[in-house]
Design a protein around this ligand. Structure first.
Ligand SMILES: *Cc1c(COP(=O)(O)O)cnc(C)c1O
Length: 377
């Protein structure tokens, strides 16, 4: 056997598909709405630097992260010190607020915090008067943001006069369920908030799924995340293109006699095979240390040559076993199996794991050989 080229698993990330997804979302927007990109958590695990550069080159100028470290990571690729003052500069917003670093340092770095409470607003207005910020209004998520009652604070007008208010945003709780009454209620509350602020403001409400709710959710800027990365933001068939292909190698093929068990806890017992043939299993180089969640034990599947092969037994740290007995042609050691890809979408894996595509992507481990497909342009 020839040794492998150093990799037992491979994660292929299609930057062109990310770009096509961003452009497809942008093309649905009501006139005048900007399309931002949410690249928090390392662009949902896919690499914030590469994704941000790609989208910048496609025309994206608004980038949302959660932490200051994430903002610092994408800054070199987005913000050329020489063009810092020009209109074409990318804006980087910090969803988790202004407290992560000294206010002056944040301003110097060019990061724009999302102010999530009256306390945040007072702090920002007091520490760095005139500095840019987004004001987050809570319209029903009850997680972050000023309440509508907060907008009656007697010092509100003074505070707003002391900041460079770029946007007023809110975040939808149920956008993936278009019929949910909270969607319209949140939209109406945002409109109310805008009236209470008694000044012209630019608004932002929609995440990926929110964009699909229609033009009255688009306002001045939308903030898609998951849809850029191929996760289905809709209830029906996925309108987005797949971005991620995850493959793992077969490290061993075994014939296992009926009555034997497989894996930790002996949770799977090999059944008698049809016409007395002995059953064949493939041990794959993929485990929970790679973000292949242990909850996929006995529930997940992989795809070999276009055929679905169920996983058996528990997912181990570095390996998992698939039943390949039914394949028309048995694979050989070293063959690649598809874990995520055209035959098995991220959302399918998520469903089997009892979670959402977001968690599958953000859990992806660091042991894969990462290959970026497509250009940065
Ligand atoms: C994560 C996040 C988004 C992006 O949501 P998706 O569902 O991934 O499109 C948008 N806005 C806020 C405030 C977020 O936290």
């Amino acid at each position: 056997m020839t040794p492998y080229d150093g990799s037992l698993s491979e994660l292929v990330i299609d930057l062109d598909a990310v770009a096509r997804n961003w452009l497809a979302l942008k093309s649905r927007l009501q006139a005048g709405a900007d399309c931002a990109a949410v690249v928090k958590a390392d662009a949902y695990g896919l690499g914030a630097t590469r994704v941000s550069r790609k989208l910048y080159n496609q025309g994206c100028r608004h980038f949302f992260v959660a932490h200051a470290t994430e903002a610092a990571e994408i800054t070199p690729t987005l913000v050329d010190a020489a063009t810092m003052a020009t209109a074409d500069r990318a804006r980087i917003y910090l969803l988790n607020g202004p407290w992560v670093m000294a206010a002056q340092d944040m301003v110097a770095a060019g990061f724009i915090p999302v102010l999530n409470s009256l306390e945040d607003l007072r702090y920002w207005a007091g520490m760095v008067p005139g500095a840019a910020a987004i004001l987050h209004i809570d319209t029903g998520m009850n997680r972050l943001g000023l309440s509508l009652d907060d907008l009656a604070a007697p010092d509100l007008a003074d505070l707003l006069a002391k900041i460079d208010l770029r946007y007023v945003m809110s975040h939808l709780a149920c956008a993936d369920a278009p019929a949910h009454p909270l969607n319209a209620l949140q939209r109406d509350r945002l409109n109310t908030a805008a009236r209470l602020l008694k000044r012209p403001v630019r608004l932002s409400l929609a995440n990926s799924a929110g964009i699909l709710l229609g033009g009255d959710y688009h306002y001045d800027m939308v903030r898609p995340g998951c849809a850029l990365y191929g996760i289905n933001p809709a209830e029906g068939p996925n309108p987005m293109q797949g971005v991620v292909e995850l493959k793992a190698r077969i490290v061993q093929l075994r014939q296992i006699a009926a009555g034997e068990t497989v894996g930790y806890g002996a949770s799977y017992t090999v059944p008698p095979a049809q016409n007395n043939a002995i059953k064949t299993y493939a041990t794959l180089s993929l485990g929970y240390a790679d973000g292949f969640l242990r909850s996929l034990s006995g529930r997940g599947a992989v795809v070999i040559g276009g055929v679905v092969c169920p996983l058996v037994g528990r997912v181990s740290m570095d390996s998992v076993v698939a039943d390949v007995s039914h394949l028309p042609q048995l694979p050989v050691t070293g063959d690649w199996v598809e874990v995520i890809g055209p035959h098995q979408l991220v959302d399918t894996v998520a469903e089997m794991a009892g979670t959402i595509g977001y968690e599958i992507l953000t859990s992806l481990g660091r042991r894969y050989r990462r290959i970026y497909k497509g250009t940065d342009l």
